[in-house]
Design a protein around this ligand. Structure first.
Ligand code: 5GP
Ligand code: MG
Length: 180
């Protein structure tokens, strides 16, 4: 079957180097640690699969006790947003009365975040905040925002550091754009 995206390859230089990502995560963690100082425990709700690498690095720099939970949200096929968000709980967290910190890879159209937030609010958590590694504010189709943003980037499709293109490239330590 022909690949609708054509032959895509990684940009020669990363958009975000591994060092720049780690440095920024250090700053985000400091901010989160300050904001949640005194919190007994927070639920780190990792959105699979893209946020798993980011969450592993971020979570290890947080100082409050964490409960790690996972949900699956999927809206892309190849490099195209399908508009339909497939959402599934992977673990079964008790969220009522808890502080929930959602960890996302990237905020794009906002659909995933909007849907996830409304689902989470139904469970009456004490608070919900979103930490996303990347934000593409120019791409929003529905209103959505994150309390913590690693990097604000342009509209180009990116891979690496957890982000895939048809399940490839998640293991790269830096973030690259795909070029045709
Ligand atoms: P949204 O629902 O905000 O449109 O999309 C969020 C999801 O779309 C992300 O969690 C991610 O899986 C996917 N996505 C959006 N932009 C990109 C991108 O540039 N690269 C990759 N690999 N995935 C993206
Ligand atoms: Mg994806």
């Amino acid at each position: 079957m022909a690949d609708p995206d054509g032959p895509l390859k990684l940009s020669a230089e990363p958009l975000l180097s591994a060092a720049a990502i780690q440095e920024r995560i250090e700053e985000l963690a400091a901010q989160i640690n300050a904001d949640y100082a005194g919190a007994e425990e927070i639920v780190l709700l990792v959105v699979l699969k893209g946020a798993v690498v980011f969450a592993a690095d971020l979570g290890r720099r947080l100082t409050m006790p964490l409960r790690w939970e996972f949900v699956r949200a999927k809206s892309y096929q190849g490099a195209q947003s399908t508009g339909h968000v497939d959402y599934r709980r992977i673990t079964d967290p008790e969220l009522q009365g808890r502080h929930v910190l959602v960890v996302e890879d990237i905020l794009d159209t906002g659909r995933t975040t909007q849907k996830l937030r409304s689902r989470l609010e139904e469970e009456n958590p004490a608070s919900v905040a979103l930490c996303t590694l990347l934000d593409k504010p120019g791409q929003r189709l529905v209103p959505a925002a994150a309390e913590y943003v690693g990097f604000t980037i342009g509209p180009k499709f990116v891979v690496g550091y957890g982000l895939d293109h048809d399940e490839r490239y998640r293991e790269l330590p830096a973030v690259y754009t795909l070029v045709g």
